[in-house]
Design a protein around this ligand. Sequence first.
Ligand SMILES: *Cc1c(COP(=O)(O)O)cnc(C)c1O
Length: 365
Amino acid sequence: MPFPTAARLTIDLDALARNLAVLRIAAGGAQAAPVIKADGYGLGAGPIGRRLWAEGCKAFFVARLSEGESLRAELGPNRPATIYVLDGFIPGAGSRLIAADLTPVLASLPQIDAASAFAAAQGRALPVALQVDTGMNRQGLALDEAKALAASPDRLRHLDVRLLMSHLGSATDPADARNALQRSRFDAIRPLFPKAQASFAASAGIMLGPDYRAELIRPGISLYGGGPEERPDDRLEAVATFEAPILYIRSVAPGEIIGYGSSVVATRPMRLAIIAAGYADGIIRSSGKGGGYAWFAGARRPLVIVTMDLIAIDIGDDPAAIGQYVELLGENVPIDEAAEAAGTVAHECLVRLGGRAERVYVGAV
Ligand SMILES: *Cc1c(COP(=O)(O)O)cnc(C)c1O
């Protein structure tokens, strides 16, 4: 085997398929429309989209128009699917939506009017989704706007509203009262658009139970192994494994300072493995101070420092060799725990990964 020289990001498409199966069972028959924005949470929207399509998914969500265009190209003509663009209808982008057969998720009255005007000029109805804001105050029609719209169908005359959706802000905490409030608001709007399919739950919402599922679920992070309550969930498997090889092994005497500044001081004799990954590869710098760990030779090893290109871990007296891989994220270092150490969410840990790493896909695409 050649000596490893760089970090490696392994993406297990079979694990992805198994996570999808788990979510489908949890969702009790609702249609699964995976969220593969931000290049499939950094793991590759093309291979991820093609594998999920082969597993029966026929609708996907992306954030940007350009993501929709590249996903359409990655799926190709033989994998027809609805691609929803969460950014909605950007003025001037109508012809690009049509060319790539993308369905905008309209989230404001100006977007609705711009999409209508475009569709009228085209002389044909434009398929769209509508997003309603039920309490997150980020994107979506206000409730009274949605009601007014339903009361003046003329305004939607040129639009074919296929999907009505909303997004939960507190679903990772099942006890949060905002969940039930958002649900009751969504339930009040749904009957106003009786022909549209309804979608409410992302990963965390799916696990809130049947009242939150609606007809189409939008799982993102859970497909990639993130737990619905921001901690590892035994039902879900890690899809991404990020490893980097050991470049140096060194001993540090008590009292010696490690890395930049003077905040990390050896309080006992330490043996450090210095590995070829850093925050430039997406391992968040602050995780070194927040209790972050790597996995080596069957045990957790604290991250002592995280610099741009190098990470030091404490390996104690264990045998180690230059070129051995250390796991920085994966089955033994769950993204939810890495996220907690970095003071963030699993989503951010994934999307930052691997710009510089070698990528390996496991399982059929
Ligand atoms: C990102 C996103 C999702 C997926 O969320 P996860 O927490 O990753 O499952 C679903 N719906 C909307 C509107 C989103 O922006």
